[in-house]
Design a protein around this ligand. Structure first.
Ligand SMILES: Cc1cc2nc3c(=O)[nH]c(=O)nc-3n(C[C@H](O)[C@H](O)[C@H](O)COP(=O)(O)O)c2cc1C
Length: 200
């Protein structure tokens, strides 16, 4: 039995196109793997706080020197990391907002990138500690950017995940969702076909 963690990052929560694609994948996955545990984290409903100086200093403080407030910040980050560690499969709904990833996802990433916990520095560079996971990303966009320099998301998400040790990342794109009904219908049908194949 595996654990699948679904991260929804659309500001429309589970109504977002990216969340719906992620839902469809998880439904198809469940058919094949009915005993797997599924955890859903909705970053619109339960946003992770913006990482500020006080929060970051909490991560750096020695355990025995932490204030109660710093303890709480570290415990919150630890819980997010434990949840992520518990999953072998991660499903990420990823809308494009203003040429980037949702700020809620950035805040989440900022709380799971912890030196000594999810990565460590060595003489030959940083080493990610969250190995052995597979990530499926469902990227929804109003325009079309995949394969062009304007697709800042794919490289960034791949680089970040690799930094914490996650190398196996599969992207499914639903692009051109704001370019008319025909474009939208074709994009969603194409993404659906791909996700059914990936879950099979
Ligand atoms: C605030 C906002 C900013 C957006 N910025 C972009 C953008 O930069 N490029 C793009 O192609 N689409 C953009 N869109 C369109 C979304 O990417 C598209 O509607 C996508 O399906 C949203 O996914 P969601 O429904 O899961 O939230 C934007 C939409 C919103 C609401």
């Amino acid at each position: 039995m595996s654990t699948l963690l679904q991260l929804n990052t659309s500001l429309f929560s589970n109504q977002g196109q990216s969340s719906q694609l992620a839902d469809q994948f998880v439904a198809a996955w469940r058919k094949k793997n009915p005993h797997d545990r599924v955890i859903v984290r909705d970053l619109a409903r339960n946003p992770v706080p913006h990482l500020d100086g006080a929060r970051f200093l909490s991560f750096l403080a020695k355990p025995e020197a932490r204030s109660p407030e710093q303890e709480a910040v570290v415990a919150y980050s630890d819980a997010l990391i434990e949840e992520l560690k518990s999953a072998q499969i991660i499903v990420l709904g990823l809308p494009m907002y203003n040429f980037g990833i949702p700020s809620t996802l950035k805040a989440y990433f900022d709380h799971i990138a912890r030196a000594g916990v999810t990565f460590r520095y060595t003489e030959s560079g940083p080493v990610g500690l969250l190995t052995g996971k597979k990530v499926y990303v469902f990227a929804s966009r109003g325009g079309r950017y995949a394969g062009t320099p304007l697709d800042s998301q794919t490289t960034y998400v791949r680089d970040f995940l690799q930094f914490i040790g996650i190398e196996d990342v599969e992207f499914v794109y639903a692009e051109g969702l704001n370019l008319g009904d025909e474009s939208k219908t074709a994009a969603l049908a194409g993404a659906r076909k791909q996700l059914e194949r990936l879950a099979a």
